[in-house]
Design a protein around this ligand. Sequence first.
Ligand SMILES: C[S@@+](CC[C@H](N)C(=O)[O-])C[C@H]1O[C@@H](n2cnc3c(N)ncnc32)[C@H](O)[C@@H]1O
Length: 202
Amino acid sequence: MKISSLEYISTIKTSGTIGSSSKHLINKCLKGLNFNEPKIILEFGMGNGCITKEILKKVNQDTTIYSFETNPKFYKYSKNKFKDNCNLNIYHTSALNFDKVMKAYSINKVDYVISSLPISLFEEADTNLLLNKIKRYLSVNGRFVQYQYSLNKHGLFKSLFKEVKVDFALWNLPPAFIYNCRITSLVKQNSGNALIPIKSNE
Ligand SMILES: C[S@@+](CC[C@H](N)C(=O)[O-])C[C@H]1O[C@@H](n2cnc3c(N)ncnc32)[C@H](O)[C@@H]1O
């Protein structure tokens, strides 16, 4: 089965884009994430699995990835594409339901949330619900990575997360901003150079 940019374009109201992410954007999304140790990773809006594929190339063999996709064609395509990969669980449901899946596996904390969801198209209440759930599940050293074609959620992200770094990927259609968020910020301990995480006030 093949899947083309036409699927993104014909579903633009839910995909929010005209094609899959470029390697340049994907590299920027995954930059700075540590894949050496076992991790629990959530991926939201997997589409044709272009980011999933790059994550899988990097991860430790004991890492588990839970990917969420609502579009039935992308879901079927990705399910088939990654059928032999035992690190990856794919769900045909909204990322908004990720906490139900986590509860089913008795998972309370996750290391990375990598999202390409078109949050600009979401209802405000859904965006808030999702971001608050992410915040609740993110571990102290965890990261939430989200790309967007505008900076219209920057203020919201800054109000919710202790640290929000923004990068820009020019070589993507359209060019995209990448938010890299933490629930803590790293500070230097008096006694040495080690960076320790300081959690935000809830
Ligand atoms: C911008 S595309 C990203 C696709 C791919 N990850 C990439 O970077 O090229 C957004 C994807 O999110 C999916 N999506 C939209 N709303 C969703 C939701 N609530 N839960 C899960 N996936 C969703 C769309 O169907 C689409 O495949």
